[in-house]
Ligand binder design. Structure first.
Ligand code: ARG
Length: 461
């Protein structure tokens, strides 16, 4: 029973330590469904092409279906000595239907079989991730819409810069995650290719029909070079890059959530459901979920590094090194899905603190740029306008008051171009509403962007 599928020419059996070292069934068993789907399509094609008799194909298909049930009910005997999921299923098939089960591997090699499994798996997971991104994105849009009357400072160099709508800030995240979604969609094109029929790497002498299996498995196209096909793991590297880029976005979101929920900022409250207490300091409410999300970015970058290093310098075509592609891939998939789900739920509970944002907007001469813009519109070169505005700020600072609390005659002293309408521009609201340029923070603009985003999200469904 312990006989290897490849045992024909071997006199001694593999050592226990080598068997343990090289097994992959402990982790590739998660590909069982894809493996069975791939085998069923392959066997139907073999029968259609009269490479095997149709009654043999029928037996194999029903055997595979009953194996699927065994696996799903937890009764399947996974055996480490059978190395991987492919050989475990094949051996079980032979046990169940007899030697005819061995026909399943006609015109196929594990080198193309493993690629069918991973590509099918990634097709499903990528579509799932795109759906989850859509859910997260719509949460940003909901937050934008619900908080359209809230403003906060735009920070540059972590210094208060200019007033912006919180909604505009939320939509910045929407844009970032939409780009991620687009990247995954594009990656899907390279995932969605039929590798089956490349055999060990040279093709096969049997009259197979690769278009048939492509269609049966829902692949959009058929790979063109059998050597490249069994060597290629680019689509995995690309997929993990897409994950990494999205995780980088998550790390920036997490960082802001950590800052915003601190007493120092106090812009946001993550709610009891998504924070933890300290076992020693009773006053604390820790943003652990945001911190863990930020921390998990490291794992995904690690996976990217693993796959890139795995592929570097590897000669064509299949080398056993490639078995090491799976664990980083699975870990990246699990991590990004968990982060998407968790953060979507967490953002449903977040509450923003209007008064903390308002006090951050006051006391920092945050509309100084607006004075400069005002003077520039009146004809002063921007550099000179910047200088004048700086002097006004210095004056207000010495007096210990806000720009909008200055008397008209005080401001007027700095430039004869200044009229009373300046006050319309140096209020927070005036500053925000003046930024009507496409992509700017004026309420009208942001409102239009919300409408547009909702439409995009609906079409993405
Ligand atoms: N477990 C192997 C992997 O994941 C399957 C392919 C093995 N092919 C081979 N010729 N040993 O890469």
């Amino acid at each position: 029973m312990g006989k290897k599928a490849w045992g024909g020419r071997f006199k001694k059996s593999i050592s226990k330590i080598a068997e343990e070292f090289s097994e992959s069934v402990s982790f590739d068993k998660r590909l069982y469904d894809e493996d069975i789907r791939g085998s069923i399509a392959h066997v139907k094609m073999l029968s259609k092409q009269k490479i095997i008799p149709s009654k043999d194909a029928e037996k194999i298909v029903s055997g595979l279906n009953s194996i699927k049930k065994e696996i799903e009910s937890g009764k399947f005997p996974f055996r480490q000595e059978l190395e991987d999921i492919h050989l475990n299923i094949e051996r079980r098939l032979i046990e169940k239907i007899g030697r005819v089960g061995g026909k399943i591997h006609t015109a196929r090699s594990r080198n193309d079989q493993v690629l069918v499994d991973i590509r099918l798996y990634l097709k499903t997971e990528t579509s799932e991730i795109i759906k989850l991104i859509n859910k997260l994105s719509s949460q940003f849009v909901t937050l934008a819409e619900k908080n359209i009357d809230l403003a906060l400072p735009l920070y540059t160099h972590m210094q208060r810069g200019q007033p912006v709508l919180l909604a505009h800030h939320m939509l910045a995240y929407y844009e970032m995650f939409q780009r991620d979604s687009e990247r995954f969609k594009d990656c899907l094109k390279r995932i969605n290719v039929n590798p089956l029929g490349s055999g060990a790497g040279a093709g096969t002498s049997f009259p197979i029909d690769r278009d048939y299996t492509a269609k049966a498995l829902g692949f959009n196209s058929v790979s063109k070079n059998s050597i490249d096909t069994v060597s290629d793991r680019d689509f995995i590297a690309e997929f993990i890059f897409c994950c990494s880029s999205m995780m980088m976005h998550f790390s920036r979101l997490s960082e802001e959530l950590v800052l915003w929920s601190s007493k120092e900022f106090d812009f946001a409250d993550l709610g009891d459901e998504f924070t933890t207490g300290s076992s020693i300091m009773p006053q604390k409410r820790n943003p652990d979920m945001a911190e863990l999300t930020r921390g998990k970015v490291a794992r995904v970058y690690g996976s990217l590094n693993s796959i890139m290093t795995l592929l570097k310098g590897l000669p064509l075509s299949y080398n056993r090194d490639l078995q090491e592609d799976k664990e980083p891939l699975f870990d990246a998939v699990d991590t990004v899905k968990a982060c998407l789900e968790l953060n979507t739920e967490m953002l449903k509970k977040i509450r923003f603190n209007k008064s903390a944002m308002e006090s951050a907007l006051s006391g920092g001469f945050i509309t100084a740029t607006d004075i400069a813009d005002y003077l520039t519109r009146k004809g002063l070169p921007f550099r000179d306008a910047h200088e004048v505005s700086g002097k006004i700020v210095g004056y207000a600072e010495d007096k210990g008051i806000e720009l909008e609390d200055l008397e008209f005659k005080e401001i007027k002293k700095f430039s004869k171009l200044i009229e009373v309408d300046i006050f319309e521009y140096i209020s927070v609201q005036g500053s925000i509403e003046s930024r009507k340029s496409y992509g700017g923070t004026a309420t009208d603009n942001v409102g239009k962007m919300i409408t547009q985003a909702k439409r995009t999200l609906k079409n993405n469904k």
